[in-house]
Design a protein around this ligand. Structure first.
Ligand code: NAG
Ligand code: NAG
Ligand code: NAG
Ligand code: NAG
Ligand code: NAG
Length: 521
């Protein structure tokens, strides 16, 4: 536990705004990496939630080694995170809780280990100076006697809840960086009721874009997907009220936000006006890593539906880009009868998500040559935090294969069309994370997943360590020692030099599959 908290302080320093690179994910999930156990993962144990919490509180050391993850089987890797979410009946997200909230009350669902969510119905008014949201209840004969609590200074307070609206509840270190909101039910007819500066006739959803925001994996996993899960059923009739607000986030995700809400977002702490709502949802629901659990969605939405939303979100911008290009092409059009594009139409397209620095592919140039010689059109994408997502979407949505080394930028698999191929290069010591955070969710989206687990000889660590060093031959024993070791050795200092003869087999598989698929269409 001590170790765990230290890690979080470290992460927090690293994740302060503007210090995080798009592809810097090395501070990801210390907890996940520390607390994994090969014994448990094999059996897919499904203990009750409270049992898990108990184990967690007791000691992380109960969970020992990451389960080795081979290219073909990704069985039960997310056992710890999913809590058996694969069966709707045994889940950490209790949909029945707070499904009907009486007017004038707050209902908080704190049953999930990942996030809390509170629903307030009635006369809801913000008071950002005190980080509060008030709910004024009309006096009624029963409430008059029963509702009042003794421990509140304010005698008109009927109910008081506190919440940090962020989806990583099990990581106290990062939760401490999120503002805490006071949700207070007061009696309407007593005391001062602040008057509304802005009256909304649609509900509000309150959430934070702080924490690990700045890292693509976290932006989608902790933010965008939970926002979709929590708000899509409102059909855009919702106002987003954001804590730890960043202008760049609004810019980066504007296309998606406009598919989820018809209204401009409110910056909670800067906007001192009193906003009034008929309902407030405070906090976001979250299911599993980068996915949507359909059985938990009110209207049975799937991760595929989320991807359709991305398609709608990016289409206007992409259409604009296409029109620009066509205009330019027409101007340049001379004698060229058949454009090269139409001749190469049938070639499958492969995109390499390129990293530089740690976990880069040092022989990437040779990889590109080999992929071309197999028959692929090859594009190398070096995503930066400022890279426009619509452009990345356009590229990946028109590609057949995506290749990349384990890391946050692989979150872009969400932009691949279902049925296309995703090859993840898995460096030494990262099998568990590779399986849980990218392999499993990409398969849920319907991608053909190929894991390429490198051999010690393909790792730069092979040069640094003795052939028999546990770092090379037994990464799980190193991961067992703790997150600092995993991070320092495997995530920050490891480069990959692909054995191209070995890797070629995967590329050929992907090639024949893609060609067959293209010809079927
Ligand atoms: C999942 O739940 C259903 C009932 O909802 C049950 O029939 C089925 O056996 C369960 N599967 C597992 C693997 O627990
Ligand atoms: C969900 O909440 C309801 C109401 O509190 C409870 O009866 C039910 O057992 C809960 N289910 C789970 C899976 O926690
Ligand atoms: C809650 O009750 C108030 C009157 O006390 C009413 O104006 C409001 O429409 C009700 N809201 C809902 C969602 O029923
Ligand atoms: C994504 O690709 C599909 C299939 O080629 C196409 O129909 C769709 O318009 C593309 N989406 C965007 C936003 O370009
Ligand atoms: C990584 O890329 C940046 C520019 O994108 C460059 O300035 C830097 O030198 C590169 N680092 C390495 C190790 O190649």
């Amino acid at each position: 536990m001590v170790k765990y908290q230290k890690n979080n302080q470290f992460q927090w320093k690293k994740t302060k705004e503007d210090t995080v690179d798009e592809d810097e994910d090395s501070y990801l999930h210390p907890f996940a990496l520390i607390c994994t156990n090969s014994g448990y993962s094999n059996t897919r144990a499904k203990p009750k939630l409270f049992f898990f919490i108990f184990l967690f509180l007791l000691s992380c050391t109960l969970f020992l080694a990451p389960h080795l993850f081979s290219s073909n089987s990704i069985t039960s890797l997310s056992f710890f995170y999913s809590f058996g979410v694969d069966n709707g009946s045994e889940t950490d997200v209790n949909t029945s809780l707070c499904s009907s909230v009486p007017n004038g009350t707050i209902c908080c669902d704190r049953s999930s280990i990942r996030s809390d969510i509170c629903i307030m119905i009635g006369d809801v008014r913000t008071h950002s100076v005190s980080s509060s949201i008030f709910l004024y209840r009309a006096t009624d004969p029963s409430g008059y006697l029963t509702g009042l609590t003794d421990d509140d200074e304010d005698e008109y307070v009927i109910q008081h809840e506190k919440i940090r609206p962020y989806t990583r509840k099990w990581e106290p270190g990062v939760m401490d960086t999120i503002a805490e909101l006071d949700l207070v039910v007061k009696r309407k007819d007593f005391g001062v009721r602040r008057s509304c500066d802005v009256v909304h006739d649609v509900p509000a959803v309150f959430f934070s874009t702080g924490g690990y925001t700045g890292n693509l994996y976290h932006e989608f996993n902790d933010g965008i997907l939970p926002l979709y899960i929590t708000s899509q059923h409102l059909n855009k009739k919702v106002v987003f009220v954001i804590l730890e607000y960043h202008n760049w986030w609004i810019t980066k995700y504007g296309d998606i936000l406009s598919q989820l809400s018809d209204f401009p977002a409110v910056e909670f702490h800067r906007d001192k006006r009193v906003h009034c709502f008929p309902k407030a949802i405070v906090g976001l629901r979250i299911h599993d890593e980068l996915t949507i659990e359909t059985s938990l969605m009110e209207n049975h939405k799937t991760i595929g539906d989320f991807r359709d939303l991305l398609d709608r979100a990016y289409w206007p911008r992409i259409r604009g880009l296409i029109q620009d290009e066509e205009r330019k092409a027409r101007l340049k059009m001379e004698k060229s009868t058949l454009s090269p594009a139409s001749r190469t139409m049938k070639k499958p397209k492969l995109v390499i998500i390129s990293r530089n620095g740690s976990r880069a592919i040092t022989n990437e140039d040779s990889l590109v040559k080999m992929a071309k010689s197999i028959g692929f059109l090859v594009e190398v994408l070096k995503p930066k935090r400022t890279t426009e997502l619509a452009k990345v979407y356009r590229l990946l949505n028109s590609s057949d294969v995506m290749v990349g080394v384990h890391g946050a930028a692989l979150t872009h698999f969400l932009f691949m069309r279902p049925g296309s191929v995703f090859i993840q290069v898995v460096p030494l010591g990262s099998e568990w994370a590779a399986g849980t955070f990218y392999a499993e969710p990409s398969q849920k989206l319907g991608l053909k997943y190929i894991g390429y687990k490198i051999l010690p000889k393909e790792s730069s660590l092979y040069i640094d360590y003795d052939k028999n060093d546990p770092i090379l031959i037994d990464p799980s024993s190193v991961n067992k020692k703790g997150w600092e070791f995993t991070k320092k050795i495997y995530l920050d200092r490891q480069m990959v030099r692909l054995n191209l003869r070995r890797f070629r087999k995967r590329l050929l598989r992907a090639y024949y599959y893609s060609v067959a698929r293209k010809n079927m269409r």
